[in-house]
Design a protein around this ligand. Structure first.
Ligand SMILES: NC(=O)CC[C@H](N)C(=O)O
Length: 245
């Protein structure tokens, strides 16, 4: 079985090596015997995005976001077709903000987003920086997540979107509602760098399974031995929760 991954704007939106998320998806799919292709898609590349099983977009500084926002507007119908068709989209921080209705930079400049996610982002004076720990429920099972955030944007959710996780420690979307990230259909947005999937392998597998189920609903990935990652995460999670904030 094949898995097609599209990496959006790797040259402009890769602030904290968010490309690590692409590597994790690729490797964990290959370790299950899948034939994985990864295409880099940036300004000037116009593939049909619904042909991809997974699209990943990383984070970026306000300036790069302005460049990407212009190019994204030209892809609006293309990305919307992919999202509506069940392509899994993982957007991190700056990429996440740009999928919403609008994003306001730290200097108050308002950048129009794609409106694919029912969120909007306003600029905060204080940057939200540090480790984040939280809990995410997938198919009724609770998972601990850990990651790292660094953003000035405060993101607020509309009625059509669910938070991705509950924040135990850290700011999350806005530092006000104790939620982090969003999920809307097959589209996931999050402030968690990390890179996110390296620290939370269960989420990587969930995204791969979701993507494959576009074509075969019965797909169930075999378990990998994640003992090392899980034991490290549990220790780190405990230490971060107990750390003085
Ligand atoms: N880490 C990022 O991608 C930052 C996103 C955006 N420039 C902000 O500061 O909120």
């Amino acid at each position: 079985m094949q898995l097609k991954i599209g990496h959006l704007y790797p040259d402009l939106l890769d602030l904290y090596s968010d490309r690590g998320n692409v590597i994790i998806l690729q490797k964990r799919a290959q370790w299950r015997g899948l034939d994985v292709t990864v295409d880099q898609i940036s300004v000037g590349h116009e593939p049909r995005l619904a042909d991809y099983d997974i699209l990943v977009m990383g984070g970026g500084m306000d300036r790069e976001q302005g460049i990407v926002a212009k190019d994204l507007q030209k892809r609006s119908a293309n990305i919307r077709e992919a999202a509506d068709g069940g392509t899994v989209i993982l957007a991190i921080c700056g990429g996440y903000q740009l999928l919403g209705h609008s994003f306001e930079t730290s200097t108050g400049q308002r950048i129009p987003g794609l409106g694919i996610l029912d969120i909007h982002t306003v600029g905060a004076k204080m940057r939200m920086v540090g480790n984040v720990v939280g809990e995410m429920e997938i198919d009724g099972i609770k998972h601990n997540l850990i990651g790292y955030e660094n953003h000035s944007g405060k993101t607020f959710l509309g009625p059509d979107v669910q938070p991705m996780m509950r924040v135990v420690k850290g700011y999350g979307n806005s530092g006000e509602d104790k939620f982090e990230g969003v999920r809307q259909g097959s589209v996931f947005g999050t402030y968690l760098h990390g890179p996110l999937l390296a620290k939370n392998p269960f989420l990587a597998d969930h995204l791969v399974e979701l993507a494959l189920r576009r074509r075969d609903l019965s797909v169930q990935l075999e378990q990998l031995n994640d003992d090392l990652e899980c034991s490290t995460n549990e220790k780190l999670y405990k230490r971060l929760v107990e750390a003085k904030s």
